[in-house]
Design a protein around this ligand. Structure first.
Ligand SMILES: Cc1ncc(COP(=O)(O)O)c(C=O)c1O
Length: 360
């Protein structure tokens, strides 16, 4: 546990990784940092231009987003998520703030989240003073609650939920009159399978279902903090009301940049090709070094194991100057896995692969 006096928060996982970071940095060829999914490629020119053109922005931006942004989010959702035209949309300051604040904003009392997952679902439940309950993959086994997270493609595993599991999760939400929130920030990064939004399921129509989207990975916009929530219009208006009071506004210039980003698909296709190459190379390197890759059909990570304790694998990799995230950051089920991100430059990925294949 951390020494935070107000909340019973776990220690920030990446702080625990600092000693292995030092070890990897000491490698004569330098560190290859695959521990965090932070984009390293440039912000596409079309988005940078939209941001600079909007830099004279003296007034408060609307919390709901300017009408052109609302239209851009809705059009994108209809086209890529398969939603109806009447779907609710709301910009967010990246999606992480939504992940950690939603249980509080929606006054959740019992929050279910995948037992192998992005740590912020747990943190959000703790901040809301709610009970945080890790659950398995089959929604038919979930206990009663008023809020549940799903995440497909999953961080860290890169697995997709089956259509049946999504339907069961929607049914669970309906039976419990609960919120079902689908974190879909990796939706456009499918490699061996095509991810599908919860909102494309007709069963979701009258249920309290929303999805979170992010331009951080799709458009290299992690630094802009550009995300949005989309889904059931009453849930979205409930969130809008609270967020207006709190003043949670996406900055005006970022709203304009996001419109440009959502309208452009060329940079998405290019960036996907960059990640696909890195994925293929890293897969080859890790396999040569004795790792087996599990799941990882989509998303920004390889979920790898050598059937040994994750810190042992992470330490071995750090000895070769490669920093990864130990799988127990994401739940006990990850204790024999490490997560390697595809977010290093081509040069660093090639260095990592050369080091890994040399160990074979
Ligand atoms: C599963 C998942 N959800 C949400 C986020 C938050 O991303 P952002 O706040 O950049 O939109 C991340 C970031 O890595 C993530 O992996």
């Amino acid at each position: 546990m951390s020494n935070n006096a107000t909340f019973d928060l776990p220690e920030f996982p990446w702080d625990r990784l600092a000693p292995l970071g030092d070890k990897a940095r000491a490698h004569p060829g330098g560190i290859v940092d695959l521990s965090i999914g932070t984009p390293v490629d440039s912000v596409p020119e079309v988005i940078q231009s939209a941001l600079s053109a909007a830099s004279d922005s003296p007034g408060y931006p609307p919390t709901a987003g300017i009408p052109a942004l609302q239209k851009a989010m809705r059009d994108w959702s209809v086209k890529y998520l398969g939603t109806s035209e009447s779907v609710g949309v709301l910009p967010s300051i990246g999606s992480k703030e939504m992940v950690t604040l939603l249980p509080f904003l929606l006054r959740a009392k019992r929050v279910l989240y995948p037992d192998i997952a992005y740590p912020s679902y747990h943190v959000g439940a703790v901040l809301a003073g709610a009970e945080a309950i890790p659950v398995g993959e089959d929604p038919k086994s979930w206990p009663a609650a008023d809020f549940a997270w799903i995440n497909s493609p999953s961080n860290p595993t890169g697995a997709l939920m089956s259509d049946q599991a999504v339907r069961d999760a929607i049914q669970w939400a309906k039976s419990n009159n609960a919120y079902l929130v689908s974190d879909e920030c990796y939706l456009q990064l499918g490699w061996e399978a095509t991810p599908r939004s919860v909102l494309s399921f007709p069963e979701a129509a009258d249920v309290k279902v929303i999805a979170l989207h992010s331009l951080s990975k799709r458009s290299n916009l992690a630094g802009y903090r550009a995300g949005f929530a989309v889904g059931n219009p009453s849930v979205i208006s409930e969130l809008l009301e609270i967020r207006k009071h709190v003043g949670m506004m996406m900055p005006g210039p970022v709203q304009l940049a996001m419109i440009a980003a959502l309208a452009d698909t060329e940079h998405v296709t290019k960036q996907r090709a960059v990640y696909l190459r890195r994925r293929t190379e890293l897969h080859r390197g890790l396999t040569a070094a004795g790792f087996t890759i599990h799941d990882s059909v989509a998303g920004l990570y390889l979920w790898a194991t050598r059937d040994e304790e994750c810190w042992k694998s992470a330490d071995w990799l750090a000895g070769h100057g490669i920093l990864v995230a130990p799988g127990d950051f994401y739940g006990v089920r990850g204790k024999n896995f490490v997560r390697a991100a595809l977010t290093a430059t081509d040069e660093r990925i090639d260095v990592a692969v050369a080091r890994l294949t040399a160990t074979a």
